[in-house]
Design a protein around this ligand. Structure first.
Ligand code: BMP
Length: 261
């Protein structure tokens, strides 16, 4: 397990008293304007979040070895770890090459898709991440409407010799492979609960899908989510700082009501 990344997020969550991860999802076509808006959002949110997540549209628009590095520098200047949400899903040697680029420019963690399995799939990614002190966060149940089609179907578990939901098998793989986190959609609090039963506090649950996708932050936290990933509800907010403080307090209120602080 790559403690370095995982411990860093935990530390920031304590220091900033926040379980909110900013998904820097800005759909601005002009790359200069995109960079400028990224800076604005990041600066406003930074004191109130515990990590930043960047996705592929940003890389395509800003350029990995170009303006993306400036976003990384800014985030790191605030001591924030940055996750590359690349949802790795190819054969092993290609995955390795992709991840090497992301780690080289300074990303602290990557997301990965467990359907590809271990040997010649995610093994090289986990090995490199562990070696470099970076993180790997596995998708276990996505937040969109059709998530059930893949993550929810019943599959034969050869070890238990019975049919089980795919996402439960993935949660067990997260433990076995030493993942630094799993993604479970806030839109499915029952799945968050099921996954938490498997992981307990061994592997943190990252939960996206609140507000715009219809998920309720309070339900996700009550069900066992450790971190809440928020994109548009922050990036498109008129007052980013006010919005992020509101979300952070909402999470903290639930944790207080559960006696976790
Ligand atoms: P928003 O809060 O605007 O709905 O954005 C959610 C973010 O979380 C997006 O960056 C998306 O790529 C990511 N995400 C998701 O929504 N559902 C998943 O199952 C996995 C994700 O990474």
């Amino acid at each position: 397990m790559s403690k370095a990344y995982r411990g860093w997020v935990e530390c920031l969550a304590r220091e900033n008293d926040s379980r909110i991860i900013l998904a820097l999802d800005l759909f601005v076509e002009d790359s200069q304007k995109l960079l400028a808006r990224s800076f604005e959002v990041l600066k406003s949110a930074a004191p109130h979040i515990c990590a930043v997540k960047i996705n592929e549209p940003m890389i395509l628009s800003l350029g990995l070895y170009d303006k993306v590095q400036r976003v990384l520098e800014l985030a790191h200047g605030f001591s924030l770890p940055v996750i590359m949400d690349c949802k790795i899903n190819d054969v092993g040697h290609v995955n390795l090459s992709v991840v090497k680029h992301y780690f080289k420019v300074g990303f602290d963690a990557v997301t990965a898709c467990p359907f590809i399995g271990w040997q010649d799939g995610l093994k090289p990614v986990f090995e490199l991440a562990k070696h470099a002190g970076r993180g790997v966060v596995l998708l276990v149940y996505m937040s969109h409407r059709e998530a059930e089609e893949g993550y929810g179907r019943m599959v034969m578990d050869p070890v238990a010799n019975k049919l089980r939901p795919q996402y439960e098998v993935f949660a067990e793989k997260a433990l076995k492979w030493g993942a630094d986190g799993v993604v479970v959609g806030a839109t499915y609090p029952d799945k968050v609960k099921d996954v938490y039963k498997v992981l307990k506090d061994e592997v943190p649950i990252y939960s996206p899908g609140v507000v715009f996708q219809g998920g309720r932050l309070e339900e996700a936290v009550k069900s066992g989510a450790t971190y809440i990933i928020i994109g548009r509800a922050l990036c498109e907010a008129g007052r980013v700082e006010e919005a992020v403080v509101g979300f952070k307090e909402a999470v903290n209120n639930v944790l207080r009501s559960l006696g976790h602080r």
